[in-house]
Design a protein around this ligand. Sequence first.
Ligand code: PLP
Length: 389
Amino acid sequence: MQEPLYGTPHAHSSLLGPLSPPLIRSTTAGQPDAETLRAMGAGERPGEFYQRLGHTNGRAWESLVAGWEGADGAVAFSSGMAAISAALAAHLRTGDRVLLAEEIYGGTSGFALTDLVRFGVTVDRFSALDVEGLVRALARPAKFVVFESPINPTLRLADIGAIARIARAAGAITLFDGTFAPPPVQRALALGVDLVAHSATKFFGGHSDVLAGVIAGSHALLGPIEGWRRRTGAILAPDPAWLLLRSWPTLPLRLAAQQAAAHALAMGLLEDVGAGRLVAVSYPTLPNHPDLALAKVQMHGGGCVVAVELPGGLPGAKRVFDRLQRIARAPSLGGVESLATLPAYTTHAALTTEQRRRAGIPDGLLRIAVGLEGADVLLADVRQALAGA
Ligand code: PLP
């Protein structure tokens, strides 16, 4: 096989010379001769040639992701949605069927239900919490099974290994959105999925200053995805790729600290539930979490997001939300700052109260994406907001 245009795993760069890599912004690069120009233009050789086909900073980051995921390679995109839409569009044809989890990021369902269906792809839904239901749904062939875990914003867990096995037995490709829990918290490829997608805007960036996405998997599946990226121009640019390289060495440290703080915050909030100040708290490693056994099998920790049900429905939740002082009222997750959102007003605003309730998302739900302030600071912030509401 010729060397792919995307990054493949390689050892960490040498400690000789500049420790921070150079940023190469040039959109084009001079070649030594006609044959090199031909080979690079034909995509037969990676290297600096024309930026839309690939570039040094992007490939360096892709190589790190590929190694981290234990994948053949990784293909980087300008956003998480560019990555997820590319993975699907590159492999689907008119007449194909996609099984899309009901519990999936709204951008993914928006793309599938607006765009894939326009091109004659059938999109059917299944619950990622109902493995038997997936077996029934796969009685009819599907090209893709698309799901995520932990599920946003309930923090219930899908059985990744079981879904991957069932899909593979039925000949479907699994596309797993790993944004909420990158390795080492969760290794989706090792659990059996075919392709893992990340919004690198979240933990890989980690500082709320990069929009990026990536798909990791086998060469056989990545080849068409890289071709789609080249033809559509959805590639990650060198500047954000450089910022992702900058963020790379601290990824495990940030994940570990944020995850430990999330667990401690959730444990603290459980006391507030016991005292009747909160309705409920959900976090995968809490002793009362319905999927705790699964968390122990497929995760190393519970991730960095905590869901809290506040008293008084949406009006009560808004009062507490508006009083937060250390946790920013902002969408997203995975950054060093803690962020709070009300899913009833943001990710799940399109659903009615009753539809949300059936999806396990009460209107009083507050989602906290834990950063690096420390659990005590965050607990004190939630408690002062509750006390004054
Ligand atoms: N997947 C999940 C789980 C997300 O939370 C997001 C963004 O919030 C995305 C995908 C899309 O990523 P991006 O905003 O980088 O396109």
